[in-house]
Design a protein around this ligand. Structure first.
Ligand SMILES: Cc1cc2nc3c(=O)[nH]c(=O)nc-3n(C[C@H](O)[C@H](O)[C@H](O)COP(=O)(O)OP(=O)(O)OC[C@H]3O[C@@H](n4cnc5c(N)ncnc54)[C@H](O)[C@@H]3O)c2cc1C
Ligand code: SF4
Length: 290
C-alpha cells in the first residue's frame, strides 16, 4: 500500500482506463488480494489515499477515482452478492450457451489484445480491471460464453479470485446475465474502443478500422452481430438507443456482410469444454459458498 501511495496514486486517475502493451500494472494498486484476505481493510486503504489528497500529494481525480473503486464497486458488489445469492448464480438473461474459447488457457490467438491479456494473466496471476472487463470479458460477451464457463476461468486464473467479488463482475457486469441489476447496460465494445484505449492494435494482424474482410478486427463484426442477436432484449434500454439507431441506419447489404463475417468467425472458434479447469475452482458444484 505504501508503494502504491508513494509511486502510483497520483497517476491513478489519468491512466485507470488505459491498457498498455508493456506495462502490466500501469498505476494500479495490486491491493485486491490483500484486501480480500483481510490483510488490509477497505477503510484504512481509503483513508490513507484521502490523506495523500489532504497533504497535497495526489490530485482529486486520482484519489476520488481510487476510493470510488473500493467504495463504489467493491462494497457495492459485496452487497449485491450477499443480498441476491444463491439465485444470482443461476441467471443467464441472454441465454448464452458457448463453452470458453480454448485460447483463454494458452494465449494461442492472433488477436493481439486478447493474447497479451491472457499472457499477462499467466505471467502475473493478475490483469487490471479494463483488461478483465473490456478485453477478455467483452470478447466472451460478444461470443455468448455461458456464465459458468467464464466464471470458472476468472476464479481459476487470478490471485485475488473470490466468488463474492468475481461473480457479480463476471455474470453481472461482463455478461449482463442478471438482466441489468449490476450495470444498466452491457459493456459491449468494438475494436475501435480497444484501439482508442490501448497500444495493442499496431501490433496486430487485424485492423480495428475494418468491419468485414480478411483483415477486419473480429471485435467489430461480433459487436454488431451481438446487437442484432439480442435486439429484443436490449433495444428498449434508453442507454442503447443511440447505437440501435446507428444499426438501423446501416444498409441491408452491409448488415448481411457483417452478420456473415461474425457467424463465420464464431463457427470456427475453438472452444474447450472443461479443458484445463482445476476441479476445485468451480463454484457451480455447490449452491452456496463462503
Ligand atoms: C470479470 C471480472 C472479474 C473480477 N474478479 C475479481 C475477483 O475475483 N476479485 C477481486 O478482488 N476483483 C475482481 N474484479 C475487479 C477488479 O478487476 C479487480 O479488483 C482489480 O483489477 C484488482 O486490481 P488492483 O488491486 O490493482 O485494482 P485497482 O485498479 O488499484 O483498484 C483498487 C481496488 O478497488 C477494488 N475494485 C476495483 N474495481 C472493482 C470491481 N469492479 N469490483 C470489486 N472491486 C473492485 C479492488 O479491491 C481493487 O484492489 C473482477 C473484475 C472483472 C471485470
Ligand atoms: S485489431 Fe482488434 S483484435 Fe487486434 S488488437 Fe486491436 S482490437 Fe484486438
Amino acid at each position: 500500500m505504501r508503494h502504491f501511495l508513494d509511486h502510483c496514486l497520483a497517476d491513478f486517475g489519468r491512466y485507470q482506463d488505459a491498457i498498455s502493451e508493456n506495462a502490466d500494472f500501469l498505476f494500479h494498486s495490486r491491493l485486491s488480494a490483500a484486501l480480500n484476505i483481510g490483510l488490509l481493510s477497505p477503510q484504512e486503504v481509503c483513508q490513507a489515499a484521502e490523506q495523500r489528497y489532504l497533504d497535497g500529494q495526489a490530485p482529486i481525480n486520482a484519489v476520488e477515482g481510487f476510493i470510488r473503486q473500493i467504495l463504489g464497486w467493491r462494497e457495492y458488489v459485496r452487497g449485491l452478492y450477499w443480498t441476491q445469492m444463491p439465485d444470482y448464480k443461476r441467471r443467464n438473461a441472454l441465454g448464452f450457451e458457448r463453452d470458453l474459447p480454448a485460447f483463454y488457457w494458452d494465449a494461442k490467438t492472433d488477436m493481439h489484445c486478447l493474447k497479451r491479456a491472457v499472457e499477462m494473466t499467466m505471467d502475473n496471476g493478475y490483469a487490471h480491471h479494463i483488461q478483465r472487463l473490456m478485453v477478455t470479458g467483452n470478447f466472451a460477451l460478444l461470443c455468448g460464453v455461458k456464465p459458468e464457463a467464464l466464471c470458472d476461468w476468472y476464479l481459476a486464473v487470478y490471485i485475488d479470485a473470490c466468488e463474492w467479488v468475481e461473480l457479480p463482475n463476471t455474470l453481472g457486469m461482463v455478461l449482463h446475465a442478471d438482466g441489468g441489476q449490476m450495470g444498466s447496460k452491457p459493456y459491449c465494445a468494438s475494436g475501435k474502443y480497444i484501439n482508442k484505449m490501448s497500444d495493442h492494435c499496431q501490433h496486430c494482424r487485424y485492423s480495428p478500422n475494418q468491419v468485414t474482410g480478411e483483415k477486419a478486427c473480429p471485435f467489430n463484426s461480433l459487436y454488431w452481430h451481438f446487437l442484432e442477436e439480442h435486439r429484443d432484449t436490449l433495444q428498449h434500454n434508453p442507454r442503447m438507443k443511440l447505437i440501435y439507431g446507428s444499426l438501423d441506419r446501416m444498409a441491408t447489404d452491409k448488415r448481411t456482410a457483417i452478420h456473415d463475417q461474425a457467424q463465420q468467425f464464431l463457427d470456427q472458434l475453438e472452444t474447450s469444454p472443461g479443458y484445463g479447469q482445476p476441479h476445485h475452482t468451480s463454484g457451480y458444484a455447490t449452491e452456496t459458498s463462503s
